[in-house]
Design a protein around this ligand. Structure first.
Ligand code: SF4
Length: 143
């Protein structure tokens, strides 16, 4: 079976979420078991620990930044992790990704607005954005 998908690692049950939990979706975990998907966690690939403080994307001085609830700018970690995820997608020739919705890394279409108040706005997470610019089709776990 040929690998087809890059998937968010938390969706296959890896406890890489900021709070040390996962977002297991059995149908997506099965894709990895069937060797049709490769799982990555862009935030861990970017060097962030688990658990870690929650972070959201916000605009600061006209620039898109990722900042934790404690006010630490972690944009660089997110960008490094996104590029590492892209390298893995390229290495395996993956053209599709199934990524966790609403995440500041993996979200596509809707993300939290930067106020840490659970309000959603239009936008993509950092990894989702970088992958989609390389013509990788992104969808979320609600496929
Ligand atoms: Fe899941 Fe993506 Fe967040 Fe990692 S960065 S925990 S894979 S949503």
């Amino acid at each position: 079976m040929k690998y087809e998908y890059l998937v968010s690692a938390c969706l296959i049950g890896e406890k890489c979420r900021y709070d040390g939990n996962d977002n297991l979706k059995v149908n997506i975990a099965e894709l990895v078991e069937q060797k049709r998907a490769i799982a990555v966690c862009p935030e861990e690939l970017g060097g962030l620990p688990t658990p870690r403080p929650p972070a959201e994307i916000m605009e600061i001085d006209g620039e898109k930044r990722v900042v934790t609830v404690e006010g630490v700018d972690v944009t660089e970690n997110f960008v490094i992790g996104a590029h590492k995820a892209l390298e893995i997608a390229k290495k395996y020739g993956l053209r599709k990704a199934i990524l966790k919705s609403k995440s500041p890394s993996c979200g596509s279409g809707l993300i939290y607005d930067g106020s840490f108040s659970r309000k959603l706005i239009k936008g993509n997470g950092i990894a989702s954005d970088i992958l989609s610019r390389q013509n990788i089709d992104i969808c979320d776990e609600n496929i």
